[in-house]
Design a protein around this ligand. Structure first.
Ligand SMILES: [Zn+2]
Length: 65
C-alpha cells in the first residue's frame, strides 16, 4: 500500500494507531486512526490491503479559535 493520508501525509502502510481488528470471511477489517485524527477502515485480504473508508481529521486540528 503506497497511499498516504490526504489530510496530513501520513503513510497508510504505517498506521498511527490501531483501534480494532475483525476477522471476516473476506479477510481482516482493521480500523485505525491517523496522526491527524482521521479514522480509517482498511480491508486486508490475500490480495493485499487497501483503505475502504476514511473520515475527516479530528476537529481539534481545524484551528478554529
Ligand atoms: Zn492523517
Amino acid at each position: 500500500m503506497n497511499t498516504r493520508c490526504p489530510h496530513c501525509g501520513w503513510p497508510d502502510s504505517e498506521p498511527c494507531s490501531v483501534l480494532s481488528r475483525h476477522v471476516t470471511p473476506e479477510g481482516q477489517t482493521v480500523r485505525t486512526r491517523c496522526a491527524c485524527g482521521s479514522l480509517q477502515v482498511r480491508l486486508i485480504t490475500s490480495a493485499g490491503a487497501h483503505v475502504v473508508s476514511r473520515s475527516r481529521p479530528a476537529r481539534t486540528f481545524a484551528g478554529s479559535g
